[in-house]
Design a protein around this ligand. Structure first.
Ligand SMILES: NC(=O)c1ccc[n+]([C@@H]2O[C@H](COP(=O)([O-])OP(=O)(O)OC[C@H]3O[C@@H](n4cnc5c(N)ncnc54)[C@H](OP(=O)(O)O)[C@@H]3O)[C@@H](O)[C@H]2O)c1
Length: 306
């Protein structure tokens, strides 16, 4: 048997539990994986709350990004072998907060030796989202970009990618994340009332790109600082950004390999600042659900020295 963390009803966190199941087997085009580490993302609690619909059959296994070791190959899979260290997106419904899971081979890549399992688990969703948001609008060195929500899992990687591209990076967050955001090379801007005015003092002509990771009121507060409203991208709030004339984030599986290479060469650190064992998945998810995360939160399912 194999452990997996699930929710048993849509709604609050009291519907979550660790259960046992038969290890899932890979279907055609999939790989079976022994999970070493799993990323914890806001989409996980949004799914449990029913914000993404309530049609998935219960219980629903949580978690969408993992790093681990290949245990089995489904029919037609090429480019992977049993024993390979990999990272990737979890197959729909298979769950990443788990001892064993299944990945579509097309959204998995070989984990470079230079990247730990813990850092690798931050790449498939958070890393590729940071990559997507910094490449969706073609910018040149010297142009300016503002990351709204720069202190979280995606924001810190996005700010570092901005530095690699020699953009002028403004990172918005709460005051307690000033040093963390500045450590990426970004200029810190305090979030909250008066944000647009503070940005205007630093960039009187506005910024070339706004990449929003918060949505709602915080997105509305900042949209006016973009030189062109079409150059506002949100990963957090498709409805509001569309209403404001901006763009919804577009992410694809090829970006996983691209950001993996950037991290392999040490240009971006996934900045995992909190790890929890699988038995404390409730605390890990509550941490992310608080909305006040510093860097990335990851479940360490097999400790690194094992
Ligand atoms: N569409 C996609 O494919 C995709 C993929 C990944 C993530 N996302 C979405 O992107 C968002 C960010 O994800 P994440 O993993 O980076 O989340 P996270 O690690 O939980 O970070 C969220 C950050 O937002 C900051 N924040 C909260 N309110 C803020 C405000 N008013 N102004 C500025 N910053 C604020 C928090 O820091 P402070 O304490 O400093 O406020 C926190 O650091 C989530 O909504 C997530 O669902 C979408």
């Amino acid at each position: 048997m194999s452990k997996v963390y699930v929710f048993t009803d849509y709604g609050g966190a009291d519907n979550q539990q660790l259960i046992e199941r038969e290890p899932p087997q890979p279907g055609p085009g999939e790989i079976g994986v022994k999970v070493h580490a799993a990323g914890v993302n806001p989409v996980d609690w949004k799914l449990r709350q029913g914000l993404l619909g309530t049609s998935r059959p219960l219980p629903v296994a949580l978690g969408g990004e993992v790093a681990g070791v290949v245990t089995a190959l489904g029919e037609g899979v090429e480019g992977f072998a049993v024993g390979d260290e990999v990272l990737g997106l979890v197959a729909d419904g298979a769950g990443g907060y788990a001892e064993d899971t299944v990945l579509p081979a097309e959204s998995a890549v070989i984990k470079p030796k230079e990247i730990s399992f813990i850092d690798a688990a931050a790449i498939p969703i958070a890393g590729s989202t940071a990559y997507a948001g910094t490449h969706q609008v073609g910018l040149e060195a010297g142009q300016s970009v503002l990351f709204n929500g720069a202190g979280g899992g995606v924001g810190l990687m996005a700010a570092q990618i901005g530095r690699v591209h020699q953009f002028q990076v403004l990172g918005v967050g709460s005051e307690d994340k000033r040093a963390l955001i500045e450590s990426t090379g970004a200029t810190f801007v305090a979030s909250g009332e008066g944000l647009a005015e503070r940005v205007r003092e630093m960039a009187p002509d506005g910024v070339d790109l706004v990449f929003d990771l918060v949505g709602g009121k915080a997105l509305r507060q900042v949209v006016s600082v973009a030189k062109d409203p079409a150059h506002v991208i949100s990963a957090a709030d498709a409805q509001t950004v569309t209403e404001l004339g901006g763009q919804v984030l577009r992410r694809n599986p090829e970006m996983i390999a691209k950001i993996t290479g950037v991290i392999q060469y040490g240009l971006v650190d996934p900045t995992v600042l909190a790890t929890y064992p699988l038995e404390q998945a409730d605390q890990a998810l509550a941490h992310v659900e608080s909305g006040r995360t510093r860097g990335k939160v990851v479940l360490e399912i097999i400790p690194a020295d094992n």
